[in-house]
Design a protein around this ligand. Structure first.
Ligand code: FDA
Length: 519
């Protein structure tokens, strides 16, 4: 039976919720007046003829572009930081939820949909990238894409690079907020490890920098996940020095037994290769009897050194000299974006014309997966609807940075991460069948991946791990189900930061960090 204390706690909670939940009826007209009075011209409502085009432009997962998905009352495209501040204030007065959008790649649509009336603040025009060669840093607008950073770096001849994900249309707003792992993270860490300052609009509409927000807030911004803390209107990043020549390859290997054996070896080799070496695997079955593993490699150095390293550590891969190519670092960015041969300016293109419907899940592995388990997973890969999995090696710099240095926690001890993916082209495709396949694979892997908690990467957001509904009476308990998986021991500190910087939960979504008003 519930104790008196727990009943009292629940009552206190209910009262607190009544106090913190805005009970204002939304008024589109009042909101429009508020933003236009503040000089904001780019205000698109449901009645505007460009509404759907603007809304869909940056939705990268077509699951969130269907007619059943709740749509925003307004899309605001600010031109200045001050306009972001004003929109936050107007949304607060009007009782709207806020969804902030950078590149729109959220796996669960957290930048484009909500349960209550909401406005999208789309940062697409806050995308300037300003390099400062003297300090080897750059200021990057919160709505820029990583491709726009790579392009700006390519315009400068300073031998610089940056460590972030490989898909050029990912936005820095969400990507850096969750960490940002890429092909040179074993050498330089995550994107978020290389953030040195940030400009944020907070829950009260104030513009803060690192000094004025304080170190706890700045810590949470780097890896604590997008959408919980405020609106990052700019990041200051540290550029890295890359060598003039790197070596890249993407080599497929086939056969069920061969792939299982290669994967068994890869798990031991890839996390312990020299830091300069990134060697990931993409597993996918071409049909229900075959199996393929594509080994994607990028070495920060010349081909002979790369070959020497692989020949001694991983001779089973049997890499041939003609399977890899020397190139500049920026060419390698084009290569892994599938843009080889395109002009470097294509990295800055924001619109992806090959959008898909997709689901994803993630895992971390600290003990090599046994051969029979790999064979069992391969059997699932061969079942319809044929998804894939990307195995990203950790080690190197990823192990050197402590797990509480920033809010992203997955460091020493993690051999690699796994991202399971399943995608389809047609809205009429039965999404339940895809989700069922993904869940089956994820369930099968449980004994072989990290435990207590089974860790996951917040940038591969997964609502199966739990959600906090808008009427939840115990949001912290609900959030801890997924929060501990994404943030491990950093979750408690994130709760404390949230409680201090956004006690009324202005920045929220179904998997944001809630304020802790329990005590
Ligand atoms: P989006 O705009 O949807 O934002 C994601 C979340 O962050 C939302 O909750 C949003 O409200 C919030 N947010 C956005 N801008 C914000 C801002 N300025 N301030 C505060 N909050 C903000 N990851 C990785 O580590 N390595 C990789 O190589 C890849 N590759 C990759 C490829 C593809 C095709 C996809 C779809 C995704 C990836 N990712 C990835 C995952 C990616 O890092 C993740 O989806 C990011 O959250 C995407 O950030 P966006 O700004 O694009 O998304």
């Amino acid at each position: 039976m519930a104790s008196l204390k727990s009943i009292l706690n629940t009552l206190i909670w209910a009262v607190l919720l009544l106090i913190i939940t805005p009970a204002i009826a939304v008024s589109d007209e009042a909101f429009r007046n508020c933003v236009t009075t503040n000089g904001i011209r780019n205000v698109t409502s449901m009645q505007s003829k460009n509404y759907k085009i603007l809304l869909d432009y940056s939705i990268q997962n077509l699951r969130f572009a269907t007619s059943q998905i709740p749509k925003p009352n307004f899309i605001i495209i600010p031109q200045t930081n001050q306009q972001v501040q004003a929109t936050v204030t107007c949304a607060g007065k009007g009782g709207y939820e806020i969804r902030v959008r950078s590149g729109g790649h959220s796996y669960e649509g957290t930048s484009s949909t909500a349960e209550s009336p909401f406005v999208i603040i789309d940062l697409i025009n806050l995308n300037a990238v300003k390099l400062d060669v003297a300090t080897k840093t750059a200021w990057v607008g919160g709505g820029a894409t990583v491709g726009e950073i790579y392009y700006a770096i390519a315009q400068n001849d300073g031998g610089f690079g940056f460590t972030a994900g490989s898909c050029p249309t990912i936005g820095v707003g969400g990507h850096f907020s969750g960490g940002g792992f890429g092909l040179i993270s074993r050498m330089f860490g995550l994107a978020a490890d290389n953030v040195v300052d940030a400009l944020v609009v907070d829950a009260e509409g104030k513009l803060l920098n690192r000094k004025t927000m304080g170190e706890d807030f700045f810590w949470a911004l780097r890896g604590g996940g997008g959408g919980s803390w405020g609106i990052v209107v700019a990041w200051q990043i540290k550029l890295v020095k890359v060598p003039p020549v790197v070596t890249s390859f993407s080599v497929p290997r086939h056969g069920v037994d061969n792939v299982a054996a290669l994967m068994q070896k890869w798990q031991k080799v890839a996390p312990t290769l020299e830091k300069e070496f990134y060697l990931s695997v993409n597993l996918a079955a071409p049909n229900n009897t075959a199996m393929a593993a594509t080994f994607n490699g990028m070495y920060l150095g010349r081909k002979p050194n790369m070959l020497k390293s692989l020949d001694s550590s991983f001779p089973e891969l049997g890499i041939q000299a003609n399977e890899s190519r020397e190139m500049s670092w920026i060419e390698s960015v084009l290569f892994f974006s599938g843009l080889t041969g395109s002009d470097v300016s294509s990295l800055a293109a924001r619109y992806d014309s090959n959008k898909l419907y997709f689901y994803a899940k993630s895992d971390y592995v600290s003990t090599p997966i046994p051969l029979d388990a790999l064979a069992g997973a391969i059997k699932i890969f061969q079942e319809q609807p044929l998804g894939n999995a990307i195995f990203d090696p950790y080690g190197g710099r990823m192990w050197e940075i402590s797990s509480d240095s920033i809010a992203f926690p997955h460091r020493a001890g993690n051999l690699f991460s796994i991202q399971y993916l399943v995608s389809w082209h047609d809205e009429k495709g039965d999404s339940e069948a895809y989700l069922a396949w993904l869940r089956k694979l994820h369930a099968f892997m449980e004994p072989y991946v990290s435990q207590n908690p089974r860790a996951a990467y917040v940038n591969y957001l997964d609502l199966d791990l739990g959600t906090v509904g808008k009427n939840s009476t115990s949001p912290v308990a609900e959030a801890s189900k997924w929060g501990k998986r994404y943030f491990m021991d950093n979750f408690e500190r994130l709760l404390q930061v949230k409680t201090r910087v956004d006690p009324h939960n202005v920045f929220r979504n179904v998997q944001s960090i809630p304020p802790d008003v329990r005590s």
